[in-house]
Unconditional design. Structure first.
Length: 146
């Protein structure tokens, strides 16, 4: 399986920017396995879909999901989608251009957001370690593009 298998076009106007005033009005997309058809339902109906022997898994992973733009020491441009923090200041990222971002490669995102690639993973994923940890979350929030 490749990360690119999950690429799809999502129109900007369909991306929720704020929670609904009435949270119970949230919707979900449900796949009917018998007909292999999708159906839109109110989220509150999810309890009707759960059977007694079903297993519910809660994902408690913290995801930062901010996009940073930076540069390599050579001056080459870098784009990084900063995702899950695996250790203090160490994040899994989806980077472009991924092939050029090897272990030991430095990248500067400006304003004290300097990092180093510490692990190369599949499909453009890189584990990076930010050098300055003090105020890191605030700087990511300020400089990151959602």
């Amino acid at each position: 399986m490749r990360v690119s298998d999950f690429d799809y076009e999502l129109p900007e106007e369909l991306i929720a920017q704020h929670p609904l005033p009435d949270r119970s009005a949230s919707r979900m997309l449900v796949l009917d396995p018998a007909s292999n058809r999708f159906e839109e339902r109110p989220f509150r109906s999810c309890v009707d879909l759960i059977k007694p022997d079903d297993l519910i898994v809660c994902n408690t992973t913290r995801v930062t999901a901010v996009r940073l733009y930076g540069s390599r020491p050579s001056g080459g441009k870098v784009e990084a989608l900063v995702m899950a923090e695996e250790a203090p200041g160490r994040f899994e990222t989806l980077m472009k251009p991924a092939k050029k971002m090897r272990v030991g490669e430095s990248v500067s995102f400006g304003d004290g957001l300097d990092a180093e690639v510490v692990e190369v993973r599949e499909e453009g994923l890189r584990l990076i370690q930010f050098k300055q940890l003090d105020g890191l979350q605030d700087r990511l929030a300020e400089q990151g593009v959602a």
